[in-house]
Write a protein that binds this ligand. Structure first.
Ligand code: 5RP
Ligand code: CO
Length: 218
């Protein structure tokens, strides 16, 4: 099994205590901070955007992993890069110019990611597979935290893992939605290298404990 990074999603954190939440992530051994940006158009929900990302940037040196759930993300890539993103992931379904979008992210000096929804054929990833640093498979329909994991994701992970290995690609394979201590190990065995978790991390015991539980389950 490959080594696995944990990426707590700020969507489930207490924003009034953002600085403390980030310190708990550091103490719990989280490697990425997953930042879910929603525009109310690409997904049926609004979350937050550039000011929160910039505030997180001031508070931590951890890798800020921005998941853009917005229409035509190419309009804002430079802004998210300037606000402190280390990596930016765009949905294949959200742009007519996927190749241009991932190329722009790299030109901005950031790690480029591509993501597909659970209902999108994996073939949509193939044209950009050699041009990205991260592939994200959604394991819920994006828009909300706390949803139930979709089991078909295991087979989809195995497929993308085999494609990345065939290419000799060092890209991370990330999974997002309904990840918990109950499925983390099986996700890693299916080839995932980055696990995003929101509700499973920011529980009543706090992010540090949530992360430790997730790590132990691996
Ligand atoms: O992209 C997302 C939702 O669209 C979130 O990253 C994801 O839902 C994390 O929350 P949880 O672990 O509670 O499912
Ligand atoms: Co996300």
């Amino acid at each position: 099994m490959r080594s696995v990074k944990l990426a707590p999603s700020l969507l489930s954190c207490d924003f009034l205590r953002l600085g403390e939440e980030l310190r708990s992530i550091e103490q719990g051994g989280g490697e990425y901070v997953h930042v879910d940006v929603m525009d109310g158009v690409f997904v049926p929900n609004l979350s937050f955007g550039l000011p929160i990302l910039a505030a997180a940037r001031r508070a931590t040196n951890l890798f800020l992993d921005v998941h853009l759930m917005i229409e035509a993300p190419e309009r804002y890539l430079a802004d998210f890069a300037a606000a402190g993103a280390d990596g930016i992931t765009v949905h294949a379904e959200s742009t007519r110019h996927l190749h241009r979008a991932v190329s722009q992210i790299r030109e901005l000096g950031k790690r480029a990611g591509v993501v597909v929804n659970p209902g999108t054929p994996l073939a949509h990833l193939q044209p950009v597979l050699a041009d990205v640093d991260l592939v994200l498979l959604m394991s819920v329909n994006p828009g909300f935290g706390g949803q139930k994991f979709i089991p078909a994701t295991f087979e989809r992970l195995r497929t993308v893992r085999s494609w990345l290995d065939a290419l000799g690609s060092p890209a991370e394979l990330q999974v997002d939605g309904g990840v918990s201590a109950a499925n983390a190990r099986e996700l890693a065995q299916a080839g995932a290298t980055v696990l995003v978790a929101g509700s499973a991390v920011f529980g009543p015991d706090g992010a540090e404990m949530g992360l430790r539980r997730l790590r132990e389950s691996l």
